[in-house]
Ligand binder design. Structure first.
Ligand code: SAM
Length: 230
């Protein structure tokens, strides 16, 4: 495991039980935005979705009835537990939503044995909500996720627009301080998922309360990006 991956695992294990409460308002707002972006995302109705870096399952829940099944993968065991507990509570576990512990983007492990089962391939959508800025190598992440898509499948990324470098976020596993449209386009194209590339900035920012533990709020501009596997 890389240092960044280990840092992320430690940090998100610490905050998993409080994550939904801490970001309640912004997560609810993003869930609505994803639901309203069905045409923008363009996943085949009733398709299967991979929710990578799933956390407690924001993207899976937002897909709702549009997806026949969502499979989450996350590097934090506590996040995976939270995802599955929520899916159980909502009667969606395991047929509609289930999460697994794992890392698909370890440079030293291109095909993790734990994810060799066919159910972890041929997805209609692979999505990452607020995860790309936690990864060492976004281009590698996009390639690894693209490999899990069927031809024509969609890669969907939700993340933050470029912002000031904030060293305080490093201990939270943050490696990138946002992405521009141009950067995202080249990541999508480099991974072979640049078909019908679309990018849009969201009207409302994501507000993180007490982001650095100093009582201050942080307001981050967000984007959605999507592209199809060629
Ligand atoms: C900011 S949270 C986002 C969670 C969720 N997708 C959401 O939108 O609410 C980032 C998530 O990325 C996960 N993560 C970080 N690095 C990862 C990696 N290499 N592989 C899988 N998950 C990772 C963390 O454990 C955490 O759950």
């Amino acid at each position: 495991m890389t240092d960044t991956a280990a840092l992320n695992q430690k940090y998100f294990n610490q905050i998993a039980s409080d994550y939904d409460r801490r970001y309640e308002k912004s997560l609810g707002q993003v869930e609505k935005e994803i639901k309203n972006a069905r045409d923008f995302i363009g996943m085949r109705q009733g398709g299967r979705a991979l929710d990578y870096a799933c956390g407690t399952g924001l993207l899976s829940r937002s897909m709702g009835e549009d997806a026949s099944q969502c499979i989450g993968i996350d590097i934090s065991d506590s996040m995976v537990e939270a995802y599955n507990a929520k899916a159980k509570l909502e009667g969606a576990f395991p047929d509609k939503r289930e999460a697994h512990l794992g890392n698909l983007i370890d440079p030293s492990d291109p095909s993790p044995a734990a994810f060799s089962d066919p159910k972890f391939s041929n997805f209609d959508l692979a999505g990452v909500g607020a995860g790309f800025h936690h990864f060492d190598d976004p281009a590698l992440a996009a390639r690894r996720l693209a490999e899990r898509l069927r031809p024509g499948g969609v890669l969907f990324i939700m993340d933050f627009m470029p912002r000031e470098i904030d060293e305080g976020m490093r201990s939270h596993g943050v490696t990138h301080h946002g992405f521009s449209e141009g950067q995202m386009r080249s990541v999508f194209e480099g991974a072979g998922v640049g078909g019908e590339f679309r990018f849009k900035e969201l009207a409302e920012p994501f507000v993180m309360h007490n982001a650095n533990g100093d009582g201050k709020h942080k307001s981050l501009r967000m984007f959605f990006a999507r592209g199809s596997k060629l």
